[in-house]
Design a protein. Structure first.
Lengths: 400, 290
């Protein structure tokens, strides 16, 4: 009965409205079936993402990417002769809920490995629990440098750090015409935003770019006119924005209302340009966006066939094209975990962690392999990820 | 100078929407004395109705606004009829708990129906801003300010200058005497709650196209509405209006000149300061609730 229900659940989730129903069904399914019932048939992977709240769009895209990976893996015979089964929990865009969801996945569902938790703040909140229970987590999005330098040996990050993103961006600095002479910053007031602004400021200063003002905003803030008015006064030519797609939409619209003269560049890779074009319209024009996967140009990916498998799987499920730039994270994250399970030969936390160090995978973003980062003896894993910069021109995404 | 002017203009525009939120709640919380935790959800409801009507069904934008307001009133009437009416005579704590429950249920319902991903309401206004000298403001925001000012004036007259307004105030001041004077008490309760709810839904429908629509958009808004009502004095429409503008000024200038990261804290610091000096709010006589 429970198996039927799972199949039924997998067929659904075509759009976000149904995703909510799926979550509700999954929840009731979890309540109906004791956790052990699945243990024989599937290998469980826990996922904690913000499916509701301030950064829900991104969390849902990542979860959808993970679902595509689940389907691709299972269609190819699963891993270790078993099918994989994702258990996706909503961390409600809230660090406290992120901890609760991770603990639920580890204790109740007994997952041997996690993927999460989108925002740096949520990931940092979950990290002590990984040490407490001895369960590894693949971090698919968070960019705060602190995550891999704080001495947590259970963390493996496939996403680039803000420092890496800034470094990649530095190589593209000469492409900007007219050149960036004075930069201002608008960042969400959390580990992600402040961390990214710090790294980009350092990088730009080293390149001889003048630095204007740095304004911050609460993650759930909607009216940013005060910040943008101050930025307008600073007289810079370029504004670096670090936050999720919801706030980027608002910033683009409000910057147009205030006639902000700046060229706007968003970093962090969570801008979903197609969603911006749909929701901010003309206000998105002229903006530059850093991304870690550019689905408009799959041929520019390091491994075009991998990118194609992912995009085809995504389209087959009927997911929104706008989510691909963020969805790839979930896909690469689950693929990394599955590869580690295969290498470990068993689905146990300690074995998976040891195997993660040996993973060599062709991902949608590029080559995935972990290097040691952080204090000796307690190193975390960090992948060298690729960064792309795209521009919106006349309502279309281009690669400058 | 240019910066001061732009901040001032931003604050006035924002203040209009805050005032709109404030007067809706001041009717319910200030006059009816119901600690209404569904106010933020009605705001969200209004925004989703605007999204459904204008965004999904492609109806005329202004028509959608009016319909969202009416639907908000209907939902408010329903809440009053099914939840508050049976609780008549119950103490303030019981009512408050029921309203907290209703607020949670409504937010969960919104998530179930609409999903967690933000929606955008199409707006008929051009993105080109109106430029006045060195400052500029979006057309859609001027429209919101205009509607807000109209509603503020209209409701002030309704409550203070019409027979209906007198009947409403009388009902909540002394229900028995009001009934003896021929006021239909049940009707007054439902009507007041429905009007307050309609105002919240209107604010949501107006602001939905400016911001984005999410199930949790009402949380911070409800908190601010309570703050505005308390700041202005309970049940006082001019008070709530001025409270709204004062809060907007504090946030805008606080964020502009002190620290943008603590924008929302500025407003609440101001409220704490006001409550220390004038516990009854800026524009009300001293009284006791509960």
């Amino acid at each position: 009965m429970t198996a039927d229900l799972t199949v039924q659940i997998k067929k659904r989730g075509l759009d976000d409205m149904r995703t909510m129903k799926t979550t509700a069904l999954l929840l009731s399914a979890a309540l109906l079936a004791p956790g052990v019932a699945f243990a024989q048939e599937t290998i469980k992977i826990g996922v904690t993402q913000p499916l509701t709240g301030a950064v829900a769009a991104s969390g849902n895209y990542v979860a959808n990417g993970a679902r595509v990976a689940e389907e691709v893996v299972n269609a190819n015979g699963g891993v270790l002769g078993k099918k994989i089964q994702l258990i996706i929990e909503d961390n409600k865009s809230n660090p406290k809920e992120a901890v609760a969801s991770a603990e639920k996945l580890i204790v109740r569902d007994k997952v041997p490995v996690l993927m999460g938790a989108w925002s740096s703040t949520f990931t940092l909140a979950v990290m002590p629990k990984l040490v407490e229970y001895g369960v590894p987590m693949v971090v698919e999005t968070s960019s705060s440098t602190k995550i891999t330098t704080s001495g947590n040996p259970w963390v493996f990050r496939i996403a680039p750090t803000s420092a890496m993103e800034a470094k990649s961006f530095a190589e593209k600095l000469d492409h900007f015409q007219p050149a960036i002479q004075k930069a201002d910053f608008l960042a969400v007031n959390n580990d992600f935003g402040r961390g990214s602004a710090d790294e980009f400021r350092k990088m730009l200063q080293a390149k001889g770019v003048k630095i204007g003002v740095t304004e911050t905003m609460a993650p759930e803030a909607t009216d940013l006119s005060a910040q943008l008015s101050s930025i307008k006064q600073s007289g810079g030519d370029t504004l670096f924005v670090t936050t999720g797609v919801e706030q980027i939409t608002l910033i683009l619209k409000q910057a147009a209302e205030l006639r902000l003269p700046h060229r706007i560049i968003t970093n962090g890779g969570s801008s979903s340009p197609d969603q911006l074009i749909a929701q901010a319209g003309a206000a998105a024009d002229g903006g530059y966006f850093t991304l870690f996967f550019a689905p408009w140009f799959p041929e520019k990916a390091v491994h075009p066939t991998v990118a194609k498998t992912f995009v085809d799987g995504w389209n087959k499920k009927g997911y929104d094209f706008a989510g691909l730039t963020e969805g790839y994270r979930g896909y690469d994250g689950i693929m990394t975990i599955v590869e580690a399970i295969k290498k470990a030969g068993k689905a146990e936390p300690q074995a998976i962690r040891d195997a993660l160090w040996t993973v060599k995978l062709d991902g949608v973003n590029g080559d995935i392999a972990f290097k040691k980062d952080g204090p000796e003896g307690k190193e975390s894993g960090q992948n060298e990820a690729n960064v792309y910069v795209v521009q919106v021109k006349d309502g279309k995404v281009t690669m400058p | 100078m240019e910066a001061h002017l732009q901040h001032l203009l931003n604050a006035v525009v924002l203040g209009g929407t805050y005032a709109l939120l404030g007067i809706g709640l001041t009717l319910i919380f200030g006059i009816m004395r119901v600690v209404n935790f569904t106010h933020g959800e009605l705001y969200t409801f209004g925004a989703y109705m605007a999204y459904m009507l204008a965004g999904m069904m492609g109806l005329n934008f202004f028509m959608s606004l009016a319909m969202a307001a009416l639907l908000g009133m209907a939902l408010g009437a329903l809440i009053e009829f099914t939840l508050l009416r049976p609780l008549k005579g119950a103490d303030i704590d019981t009512t408050m708990l029921v309203m907290i429950g209703a607020g949670i249920a409504m937010q969960a319902g919104e998530q179930l129906v609409w999903g967690g991903v933000a929606k955008s309401v199409p707006s008929p206004f051009p993105t080109e801003p109106v430029v006045i000298g060195s400052v500029s403001v979006g057309m859609n925001r001027l429209f919101v300010l205009g509607v807000a000012l109209l509603l503020l004036g209209g409701f002030y007259l309704l409550i203070n200058r019409t027979k209906l307004g007198v009947a409403m105030r009388a009902t909540f001041q002394d229900p028995d005497t009001a009934a003896l004077m021929g006021v239909n008490r049940g009707l007054m309760y439902t009507l007041t709650f429905a009007l307050g709810s309609g105002l919240a839904a209107t604010a949501g429908a107006l602001l939905g196209p400016i911001f984005v629509v999410t199930p949790t958009m009402g949380d911070l808004v409800a908190l601010k509405a309570f703050a505005i009502v308390i700041l202005g004095g309970l049940g006082n429409i001019p008070g709530a209006t001025i409270g709204g503008f004062v809060l907007a000024l504090a946030e805008e200038f606080g964020a502009g000149y002190l620290s943008s990261g603590y924008r929302d804290a500025m407003g609440f610091l101001l409220i704490i300061a006001v409550l220390i000096v004038r516990p009854q709010g800026l524009f009300a006589m001293k009284e006791r609730i509960g």
